[in-house]
Design a protein. Structure first.
Length: 90
């Protein structure tokens, strides 16, 4: 194998490594997104806006709001919450 081919192979390897690291880092959760703000209303003890950890579920929000006051007709308690979301429990 010639020196030129070795250098070309080395350059391709380094480029692949840099791209892999960039791709891995781009899929990380930003440090400032560790808390989300969500609003809940309806059949909960304390409706309002709550700050919860990133990755929290609807059941976590219901618990933070003091629990249910009546059994809702249909709610997905395992849905992952998004920042700025509003949940109405009815």
């Amino acid at each position: 194998m010639s020196v030129k081919n070795k250098l070309l192979l080395l350059g391709f390897g380094i480029l692949s490594l840099v791209f892999g690291v960039w791709l891995y880092k781009s899929n990380e959760t930003p440090k400032n997104a560790s808390l989300i703000s969500v609003e809940i209303s309806g059949f909960v003890a304390f409706p309002g806006v709550y700050k919860l950890p990133f990755g929290s579920r609807t059941s976590d929000l219901i618990n933070a709001a003091g629990g249910l006051t009546r059994e809702p007709k249909d709610i997905n308690r395992v849905a992952i919450l998004k920042d700025g979301q509003k949940i109405k429990v009815k």
